[in-house]
Design a protein around this ligand. Structure first.
Ligand code: GH3
Ligand code: MG
Ligand code: MG
Length: 245
């Protein structure tokens, strides 16, 4: 029926509201629980409370009050990212890795697909920290992760499993393809010298791979165990290699 100055400023279409019209007729008010408007490059978010206006016990109208909750939304978004991602590597943290992997492996389509899990660990990484310091170590980790991200597909799940151990879960992939992509990654990292101040740091990785074929019930824990054992075999047999169990 009416809107105050502030509401008309935010939603100019309210100026065209004819007294008696339902506010839901205005496109943007169809869903008043989550309204957002673009102001320049900024999106502002509003939550509404609605109160019925009664006259002789008959609903004559609704009073909608919009609350600007943009700052809360921004904070929530930041907190969600902080709770789900590893701040150094910018990949899933351990908790999110487990959640995302289980969601993927227990999905309906998982029954028709195969999966592979790679456990990746940097070789002699302690020496990098001890020789060049933790800052250099962090830079090496970030560089390795950025190569990992480029090597795998968008839907593959990448997460920080432990210290400098990274897990990748791959969907719809054969044993041969798994080995091939793991080796491709290993070679790229081996051939990517990392510059730090006036030093060049060469790093290698060891990879353990586990496969779960179509038709099996895919268990994340079981694949982790097998990939972990394979990774230790890669370490024990000389490092800088892929072992598929
Ligand atoms: P190996 O070839 O047997 O794996 O030898 P390694 O020296 O890499 O041994 P290990 O995997 O046990 O060591 C992991 C090291 O990684 C120990 C820890 O100080 C370091 N590390 C773990 N997380 C971080 C991190 O976020 N930043 C830095 N700079 N170092 C880290
Ligand atoms: Mg290591
Ligand atoms: Mg380790």
């Amino acid at each position: 029926m009416d809107a105050n100055k502030a509401a008309k400023k935010l939603f100019p279409e309210l100026k065209n509201l004819i007294p008696g019209d339902a506010v839901e007729g205005v496109e943007r008010f169809k869903n008043t629980t989550e309204l957002s408007i673009q102001r320049g490059n900024e999106t502002r978010f509003y939550k509404s409370t609605q109160t019925c206006i009664l006259q002789d016990r008959i609903v004559k109208g609704i009073c909608i009050v919009l609350h600007d909750v943009t700052e809360n939304e921004k904070l929530l978004k930041k907190l969600r990212i902080q709770a789900s991602f590893d701040p150094l590597m910018n990949i899933y943290n351990r908790g999110t890795l487990f959640e995302a992997a289980k969601l993927m492996l227990n999905s309906e389509k998982a029954k028709q697909l195969s999966y592979a899990l790679l456990m990746i660990d940097l070789d002699f990484f302690k020496i990098v920290n001890d020789t060049y310091g933790h800052f250099a170590g962090d830079l090496v980790l970030k560089t390795v992760v950025s190569i990992i991200k480029k090597t795998f597909r968008k839907d593959d799940i990448i997460g920080r499993y432990g210290g400098e151990e990274i897990v990748v879960l791959l969907e719809n992939i054969s044993v041969e393809q798994t080995f091939r992509i793991a080796e491709e990654l290993r070679k790229i990292i081996e051939n990517t010298p990392i510059s730090y101040q006036n030093h060049t740091i060469n790093i290698t990785i060891s990879i353990g791979a586990a496969h779960s074929p179509v038709g099996e019930s895919h268990s994340f824990e079981n694949m982790l165990d097998r990939a972990d054992a394979a990774m230790y075999e890669a370490k024990n047999s000389g490092r800088n290699r892929t072992v598929a169990e």
